[in-house]
Design a protein around this ligand. Structure first.
Ligand SMILES: Cc1cc2nc3c(=O)[nH]c(=O)nc-3n(C[C@H](O)[C@H](O)[C@H](O)COP(=O)(O)O)c2cc1C
Length: 247
């Protein structure tokens, strides 16, 4: 039976196509494109049929405003309350959504709640004595735990990989710290990324957090309620740190 519009002889008009075209992008039909500007800006990689190309995501002004104005709140100015476990979960979820070459997940979290702070302060004191630190350095080192309400320790976990260099795992752990800091700030908490000399001492890391040989502290991110808004600090001269290459 010939298709409607076709000619049995093969010399007449070509048959009408009854099935929808198959597209590489797998879309069932054309997405709702907002305007012709978007059409013009759409890339051409996924599908040659322009009406089936995905639209560019909308500009997120709230996110940009946040990133252009974000700033830490000094840990010593943070007061109770700290986020509850429930409130912390989306912040940790956002932090774990971080670029990670090879999907190694070379990091994990240890959440230090208020009752654990005194133990960490005492361990810092003991580490300082062992290392021959000055009373001032010891006082400064333990102060983040003396004053702390809640802190998330971002632990870098080096994974064996024939492909992903150790340094890239370190970068990813640093990115987790920034993601955590920003997610906490964006949630309306005060937050500050600290380390301190004790966090680089294996003895302290082992006693305080039972870290393994392939683990180290990338950051101790304090999260609680801000008591005062800090002044802005000088920001980098973009011209001085940016090189444009166009040839
Ligand atoms: C890896 C790392 C470790 C840091 N450790 C400390 C610290 O131990 N003590 C401190 O006062 N500031 C420390 N800082 C700096 C604070 O996080 C500071 O609040 C931050 O640079 C402010 O940046 P912002 O205003 O852009 O948020 C550290 C920063 C980084 C990236």
């Amino acid at each position: 039976m010939p298709l409607p519009g076709s000619s049995a002889s093969g010399n007449g008009p070509r048959p009408r196509r009854l099935l929808p075209l198959q597209h590489k992008c797998g879309t069932q039909g054309p997405p709702a494109l907002e305007n012709s500007r978007q059409l013009a800006e759409i890339g051409s990689k996924r599908c040659k049929k322009v009406s089936h190309m995905p639209a560019r995501p909308a500009r997120n002004d709230a996110a940009l405003d946040f990133l252009l104005s974000r700033r830490s709140r000094p840990a010593k100015t943070l007061v109770a309350p700290a986020p509850s476990r429930e409130e912390l979960l989306p912040i940790l979820t956002a932090a774990a959504r971080t670029p990670d070459h090879g999907k190694l997940e070379p990091w994990r979290f240890i959440v230090v709640e208020k009752p654990a702070m005194a133990r960490l302060a005492a361990l810092t004191q003991a580490a300082g004595a062992r290392l021959g630190k000055s009373p001032e350095d010891i006082a400064k080192g333990r102060s983040q735990f003396d004053l702390g309400q809640l802190a998330v320790v971002v632990v870098e976990v080096q994974k064996d990989s024939p492909k992903i260099p150790a340094l890239e795992q370190t970068y990813s752990a640093g990115a987790v710290c920034l993601g955590l800091l920003n997610a906490a700030l964006a949630s309306g908490w005060g937050a500050n990324w600290l380390t301190g000399w004790a966090s680089h001492d294996r003895g302290f890391c082992q006693a305080a957090f039972d870290l393994a040989e392939n683990e180290r502290i990338a950051g101790i991110v304090h999260i609680a309620t801000e008591s005062t808004a800090p002044p802005e600090r000088p920001r980098p001269d973009l011209e001085a740190i940016t090189t444009w290459v166009n040839a």
